[in-house]
Design a protein around this ligand. Structure first.
Ligand code: HEM
Length: 512
């Protein structure tokens, strides 16, 4: 027995020594970076396990104050570099080599497959090339009609709460609108999230994003196997939701394929669309993202249904959840800042008058103060608070204070957008909601504030989101006065930013 124990100890020690030694070159490469104390072999595991969805906004700030904008920590034999450094981020984000998403994004694979958000290499490049034209400004112009119609429905839905007394969470209302918008614009399909249709799908999406947000920061639950063993009930629930969501998206694709075949098969497509088909297509001539995917080829081969399904799921998720959070936070902040709200209303009246029909891309571009309001809301409540990459090849950087350095292949990089956007050295009174700060030419590094990320893997839907938010805000602000009711936002990290208190406010119809 003693001999077996001794052999086991020796074997474990040898393994530990091997693992430690195998990372020697990495330790040497990042010796120029500070960071918390790493217990031999364990690293700063105690810290990794302190992170939870709530304190994810405080701990990185504490660490940054202690160790600087760029620091390292080890979790077992994993090297994690955390960056809140604009100069460093610029070099990594603009690189076309270091674009591999971190394994954290793996929790999304069962749902989104390996689509634009999660893929890398050749696959990502060819998908990005196919999809980019579907966000061209000419197409966005056509989407304006849908932004208007859906925001009018949202305004009607909010009427029940707008009695000047009720405190409510605006997020579920806005979320219904953004889901309707992405489904109708990008997929050419009406899901009627705001008016009670497709309830099952919406419930499944809501439960799924909540559950994935919970798993995201629990390192051990990122493995499907461990998650299934430790939380079998949640795994079953998640499988049920996946079935509902995938069935829904497969049906969307099937219907759209059918409709497209009819359109393409008819002699005069613009005149020959049947009213049923037209209903599914949304309008006759719009080339929705889904149409493009259905007709795309890679190396002469059409995309498979599964290829298309992963993009449809990616856009249905990424295209509604982020914007819903951004819009709800903006409304919540406006409710608490009547001065800003009044100034915004004045701008809307001056630029657009009373007629919603007059909205076009040009006059939306003229809503300059609104743009500052949205930016300031994104700064305080960044919908995507962190992003992360895996470093596959040595990454050499030059830094004005740190000097030259290397992030060795095999290391992991986390970029904290949330922490950077609240940096008091760059933003005076950083905790205050001051849209005017975005009117001055920025006195800071361009990469200090990147809510949509930047470089080749930036947000493909950035312009879409800005126009969508402008139309929805215009419609709400000119109909309702927002009132400072309820609790303040208490940020939590889902995959997208959430609040434990919801996004509360009150509303009162404006006198006409
Ligand atoms: C306020 C709203 C939005 C914010 C703040 C936002 C933010 C971001 C950020 C930070 C990324 C980079 C993620 C990473 O590197 O891991 C990203 C990527 C992405 N976003 Fe957005 N997003 C918004 C709206 C949208 C919309 C409306 C769509 C679709 C219509 C969209 C589609 C995507 C996609 C597909 C990617 C992956 C792009 C790629 O890797 O090539 N986003 N977004």
């Amino acid at each position: 027995m003693d001999a077996i124990a001794l052999i086991a100890i020796l074997a474990l020690s040898a393994l530990a020594f091997y693992l430690h030694a195998s990372k020697r070159h990495m330790r040497k490469a990042v010796s120029n970076l500070g960071g918390p104390y790493n217990i031999p072999l364990l690293g700063a595991l105690q810290l990794a396990y302190r992170f939870d969805p709530k304190n994810i906004f405080q701990i990185p700030t504490e660490l940054k104050n202690k160790y600087g904008d760029l620091f390292k920590l080890w979790a077992l034999n994993r090297l994690i570099v955390i960056s809140g450094d604009a100069e460093f981020n610029e070099q990594i984000l603009t690189s076309s080599v270091h674009i591999t998403k971190h394994r954290l994004y793996g929790v999304l694979h069962d749902w989104l497959g390996v689509g634009l958000l999660t893929s890398d290499g050749q696959k990502w490049q060819s998908r990005r090339k196919i999809i980019t034209p579907t966000f061209h400004f000419k197409i966005l112009e056509e989407f304006l009609q849908i932004f208007k119609q859906q925001s009018e429905i949202l305004v009607e839905c909010l009427a029940a709460k707008a009695d000047g007394k009720t405190t409510f969470d605006v997020y579920p209302f806005v979320c219904g609108a953004t889901l309707d918008i992405i489904a109708e614009t990008a997929m050419g399909t009406k899901v009627k999230a705001q008016t009670g249709g497709t309830k099952q799908y919406i419930k499944a999406v809501t439960e799924m994003t909540k559950m994935l947000g919970w798993r995201f920061l629990r390192v051990h639950l990122q493995s499907e196997v461990v998650f299934s063993i430790l939380h079998p009930f949640k795994k079953l629930q998640s499988m049920k939701n996946l079935r509902i969501m995938h069935e829904f998206t497969r049906n969307v694709i099937k219907e759209r394929r059918k409709a497209l075949e009819v359109t393409l098969g008819s002699q005069n497509p613009s005149a020959g669309t049947t009213s049923e088909t037209e209903q599914i297509l949304g309008t006759k001539k719009r080339m929705a993202l889904l149409d493009v995917l259905l007709q795309a080829t890679v190396d002469g081969e059409p995309l498979t249904d599964e290829d298309i399904r992963e993009e449809v799921d990616t856009f249905m998720f990424e295209g509604h959840d982020t914007t819903a959070t951004a819009l709800s936070c903006t409304l919540h902040l406006l409710a608490r800042h009547p001065r800003v709200q009044n100034k915004l209303l004045k701008e809307i009246q001056e630029v657009l008058g009373d007629d919603l029909e007059s909205i076009n891309l040009m006059n939306l571009n003229d809503l300059k103060y609104m743009e500052c309001v949205i930016k300031e809301s994104l700064r305080l409540y960044s919908p995507i608070p962190i992003i992360a990459r895996e470093i596959k090849e040595d990454f050499k950087y030059k830094h004005s204070t740190i000097g030259e350095g290397v992030l060795p292949a095999g290391s992991e990089l986390v970029m904290g957008f949330y922490v950077m956007a609240s940096e008091s050295k760059c933003f005076e009174n950083a905790n205050e909601f001051l849209p005017e700060r975005h009117q001055q030419p920025a006195k800071m590094h361009n990469f200090q504030f990147t809510p949509f990320s930047a470089g080749p893997r930036n947000c493909i839907g950035q312009k879409f989101a800005m126009y969508e938010m402008k139309v929805v805000l215009t419609n709400i602000i000119r109909t309702y006065e927002l009132l400072p009711y309820g609790e303040k936002i208490d940020p939590l990290l889902g995959i997208v930013l959430r609040s434990s208190t919801g996004m509360q406010l009150g509303m009162k119809r404006r006198a006409t």
